[in-house]
Design a protein around this ligand. Structure first.
Ligand code: PMP
Length: 415
């Protein structure tokens, strides 16, 4: 059978959908999900650590006590009692919010989609860290926004680089619709924005009237429990905050939220209603009761410790095994390590070989809108247990050693 299938509906698709297609990487991941492969690729939380008796109790009580409402439609903004609980989650990160400013969404991902829909016409410019969360790049590009990357380093996004980009864009007579950033335990780079830079970015947002989208799924998963000031707390009128219960409770219940300045919130509620009328009422009730009756902060602390241990397993094995010409980020929380490969290696080209060696990762180019990142790799330590992580790193190290030898042989051959 031919590899290429012509799509007979293509002429009917909207322009924004024509360019969309599954990447080669997605095809490789079908193979990577086999049990013999250690996947350091996905960003799936370790949901097996949840207390399932407690989840069952909560769900049972919701259905028995609130069945008719929980199985009914709800309001477009989300259930008021849940919004009040989500404000408590934000308070755990010292970010003040009011339930009226919150819009419940189908995970953080829908929040990003709604923001793309609200702000982006085709060709509009959005700034984002380079590398950036692949789901955000997908959401914004679905509205044909053009993402321009801004440099980051071990302390996160560089405010001066944001200002340079803004100045360039404005000098060209264009506007920046917003800056998208994951300031804490960034996906994929595994770094956090320093406090000094948070203050600088907040000041810059005010001075340049820049709108910032702050996406914060990993903030509470700091290995030491450290809390950093959110951008929303520093410049509330210039920041739209995106939160999610996916990493601190469950991604399966699909509860995320936005906390936004009033006029933006009003538009988002209308967009949410056109997207799906309302969030699943059943999972809103479950999330509300979970947060209201269970020791969720203790669960978060348990997750923190579990991920800290897995991260430590990954970092120590990397230090022991990887070629000395590799460098990587040292996360203080979250799910990811960002690995820079030895010169001349291409992470995309190497992936098929890695999967044959029974280890999977995501090539860095997936996290760039402009083809950068070919010599970089995202490794996740969230799902496999520590011993599997170590095994995965050893397999990756073996592939890298072979690749480095090949490159050296080619250079020697050239004399
Ligand atoms: N933002 C970032 C940075 C993420 O890593 C993720 C999950 N991978 C999301 C948003 C979306 O997660 P969810 O839709 O499950 O809330």
């Amino acid at each position: 059978m031919s590899e290429i299938t012509l799509d007979p509906y293509v002429s009917r698709y909207a322009t924004r959908a024509r360019g969309m297609g599954a990447s080669e990487i997605r095809a490789l991941f079908a193979v990577a999900s086999r049990p013999e492969v250690v996947s350091l690729a996905g960003g799936m939380p370790y949901t097996a650590a949840l207390d399932y008796d407690a989840v069952a109790e909560v769900t049972d009580a919701v259905v028995r006590e609130h069945g008719p409402s929980a199985l009914q439609y709800g309001g477009g903004q989300g259930m008021p009692a849940l919004r009040a609980r989500l404000v408590e989650v934000m308070a755990a990160e010292e970010t003040a919010a009011h339930p009226d400013d919150v819009v419940v969404t189908t995970g953080g991902q829908q929040a990003l989609d709604l923001l793309g829909k609200l702000f982006c016409d085709p060709g509009d410019i959005v700034l984002a860290e380079g590398p950036s969360y692949v789901g955000a790049l997908g959401a914004f590009s679905a509205y044909q926004a053009r993402v321009l990357h801004v440099d980051m380093d071990a302390d996160g996004l560089i405010p001066e680089a944001v200002e340079d980009r803004l100045t360039q864009v404005r000098a060209a007579g264009r506007t920046v619709k917003f800056l998208y950033t994951v300031p804490t335990h960034q996906n994929p780079a595994g770094v956090s924005l320093s406090v000094t830079r948070r203050l600088a970015l907040a000041e810059l947002a005010r001075r340049h009237d820049l709108l910032v989208v702050e996406d914060n799924p990993y903030g509470l998963l700091d290995f030491k429990g450290e809390v950093r000031p959110s951008l929303r707390s520093l410049a509330p009128e210039h920041v739209v905050y995106v939160g999610t219960l996916s990493k601190i409770f469950s991604p399966g219940i699909r509860v995320g939220w936005l906390s936004a300045p009033g006029p933006i919130r009003d538009k988002l509620v209308l967009l949410k209603e056109t997207a799906d009328l309302c969030q699943s009422n059943l999972t809103q009730f479950v999330a509300e009761r979970w947060l209201g009756t269970q020791p969720w902060q203790a669960q978060v602390a348990a997750f923190r410790e579990l991920y800290r241990e897995r991260c430590e397993a990954m970092l120590s094995e990397m230090a022991a095994e990887l070629p000395s010409s590799c460098t990587w980020s040292v996360p203080t929380g979250g799910f990811f390590v960002w690995l820079r490969l030895p010169p001349a290696l291409d992470a995309g080209e190497m992936l098929a070989k890695a999967i044959r060696a029974r280890v999977a990762y995501v090539p860095g180019s997936a996290f760039h809108a402009d083809g950068q990142g070919t010599g970089e790799v995202r490794l996740s330590f969230c799902l496999p247990p520590p011993e599997r992580i170590r095994e995965g790193v050893r397999r990756l190290a073996e592939v890298l050693r072979e690749e480095v030898e090949l490159v050296e042989a080619v250079y020697r051959g050239r004399g």
